[in-house]
Write a protein that binds this ligand. Sequence first.
Ligand SMILES: Nc1ncnc2c1ncn2[C@@H]1O[C@H](COP(=O)(O)OP(=O)(O)OP(=O)(O)O)[C@@H](O)[C@H]1O
Ligand SMILES: [Mg+2]
Length: 252
Amino acid sequence: MSPPAIETVSERPELLRIEGLQSGYGEVTVLWGIDLTVRQGDITALIGSNGAGKSTLMRTISALVRTRAGRLWWCGQPLDGEDPAQVLAHGIAHVPEGRRLFGAMSVEDNLIMGAYLRRASRAELHHDLERIYTLFPRLKERRTQAAGTMSGGEQQMCAIGRGLMSAPRLLMIDELSLGLSPLLVEQLVEALAVLNRDGLTLLVVEQDVVTALELSGNAYVMDTGRIVRQGASSELLRDPAVRQAYLGALAP
Ligand SMILES: Nc1ncnc2c1ncn2[C@@H]1O[C@H](COP(=O)(O)OP(=O)(O)OP(=O)(O)O)[C@@H](O)[C@H]1O
Ligand SMILES: [Mg+2]
């Protein structure tokens, strides 16, 4: 039985559409034909075991890794031959695995770097900074601290804030909770829910499958460079194969 919510989701316009995507590194092919759609206003999760290709998929969307075959569309227009800056300018921001902050720079300067492609006025930047500080008050307290000296959780807030400063329509977050305490993960999930309610579309790679599937409305499961399952997150959470593969200890 499919709940009505799924029909509502499927009526939302497509923001990102990927068909038959292949990419890799050097001689090695990592993604073997990925089909994935992100709809406007959705939170979509990407799960799968280590080395499945989740980060490679995000890097390929961001044009950090070159597309070898297949196609991508953004708001119905082909994404073709763009470089990373152009992808960001389209409104696709990427919070990478490992956060990649400028460690010696202050929190606030890291945030402002996120806006480097925008032609935003000082007033707009100030407004957006304040919005991020409201979402993550800890960042405001630490605005002058060198980003590299902050805790893992604070750095993740800063990395997400930096992504938000580009005023994206789609925010991709790779490894949302890696190395963070359960309380902090809860706070981040709540912050993402607030952003999503305000209209931001999210694509999230999350190692913790329960967190991923509770946070998202729909999800894709990857294995060795392929999508092996997809659907409503609530259904995947009940799927015996998903439970067996990723929640071994919790399976009934
Ligand atoms: N820069 C690189 N050069 C060569 N091979 C790479 C590179 N980055 C990743 N790979 C390989 O691509 C495959 C997929 O890696 P990827 O990082 O995309 O997986 P993942 O699903 O994000 O894994 P994890 O959950 O561990 O982060 C792996 O076999 C990995 O060794
Ligand atoms: Mg990864």
